[in-house]
Design a protein around this ligand. Structure first.
Ligand code: KG4
Length: 334
């Protein structure tokens, strides 16, 4: 079954073509150069840019996949959560394709895509598993019991992990998006040079909180500036990254232990972070847990995960209607 997936929930225009589980094309057009000078995403610019390039990306994806419009059997598009203007571009494009080509379409929750992205790799996890999903818009822990059955175990009470990376990068004068910039700087610094707080919250809580950590970095920078001392950017980045990663890893291990689950999957843009990947690998080895790490390009926003999730929904009997609307908050609780 040839499925075309469309993802436009935030600032990336992504289109993928899948033949069941096999990725034939997976194209992501980044808007980073447009939003960089603002230090964050400008929603109106994001939707206008999606409008300008979605048709071109669609043609590129078909060409890369070596298929024609007549070969497509299903169109799947992100329905939410995300920026409404951005979502509307991809979702409306999907409906128009479905109508014009007379093929079914299905709306997909973006979080489902991240939770299932590990199935796009050759080694596939078994259910049940714990999914840590960490991106610019959310940080959450789920229990996945099937392709359709997810239970939210914990989520951020304030900033998402990626949002904290982006905000810390901005206050240190680093480039946008902040995650890759902070992690590059962190390679030159020592994580123990600056002691930053970890928000463990209540004893059994699997929720996250990163705003206090971000404020601690801001206070440290302000203190340095008041004393006319230069901020050691590398040390701040290494210490900040360490604090985020430690909490993400330990809460994920705790989720697996309390749920008595032996398999862990991670996804979302922050899952591309090499320190997080290495720390999670180390702790899973120690605890004898199976870890599935999708390639970084399948962790950050992509349409392959949307096509895959849509295909699974369709095979279960779910189809969309031209009356369906987009949503800004996930039905999965984030
Ligand atoms: O999942 P994603 O591509 O988009 C959504 O938020 O939906 O995630 C983007 C987020 C940004 O906040 C970015 O700074 C962060 O993921 N990110 C990283 C890394 N690469 C991307 N954070 C830490 N380390 C990275 N290597």
């Amino acid at each position: 079954m040839i499925t075309v997936g469309i993802e436009s929930s935030c600032d990336d225009t992504a289109i993928a073509v899948l033949d069941d589980y096999r990725i034939l094309a997976n194209i992501v057009s980044s808007q980073n150069d447009i939003h960089e000078r603002f230090g964050g995403i400008v929603p109106e610019l994001a939707s206008r840019t999606h409008m300008a390039c979605i048709g071109v990306i669609f043609d590129q994806a078909l060409q890369k996949a070596g298929v024609e419009k007549k070969d497509l059997s299903l169109v799947a598009a992100t329905r939410g959560p995300g920026l409404i203007g951005s979502l509307l571009v991809g979702f409306s494009y999907a409906k128009a394709l479905s109508y014009a080509l007379d093929i079914p379409f299905v709306g997909v929750d973006h979080m489902t895509g991240h939770i299932l992205s590990a199935f796009l790799e050759s080694e596939k996890p078994d259910f049940p598993y714990i999914a840590l999903i960490v991106s610019g818009g959310t940080s959450a822990l789920y229990r996945a019991d099937s392709f359709f059955d997810f239970t939210l175990l914990g989520r951020t009470r304030d900033d998402a992990a990626g949002e904290a990376f982006d905000k810390v990068a901005r206050l240190l004068g680093l480039t946008y998006p902040g995650g890759p910039a902070v992690s590059r700087e962190a390679e030159e610094g020592r994580p123990d040079q600056l002691r930053l707080p970890r928000a463990w919250l209540e004893e059994n809580s699997l929720d996250f909180s990163f705003s206090g950590l971000k404020t601690a970095v801001l206070n440290h920078c302000n203190k340095c500036r008041m004393k006319n001392k230069e901020v050691n950017t590398a040390a701040v980045c290494a210490s900040f990254q360490e604090a985020v990663v430690e909490v993400l890893v330990e809460k994920t291990i705790k989720a697996a232990t309390t749920q008595d689950i032996r398999t862990i999957v991670i996804g979302g843009g922050v899952a591309a972070n090499q320190h997080l990947r290495a720390s999670m690998q180390k702790r899973c080895r120690e605890k004898e847990l199976d870890l599935y790490l999708p390639a970084p390009g399948l962790c950050t926003d992509n349409a392959a995960m949307i096509a895959f999730s849509g295909m699974k929904l369709f095979k279960k009997g779910v189809t969309g209607s031209l009356n369906d609307d987009v949503f800004s908050r996930s039905v999965l609780g984030c």
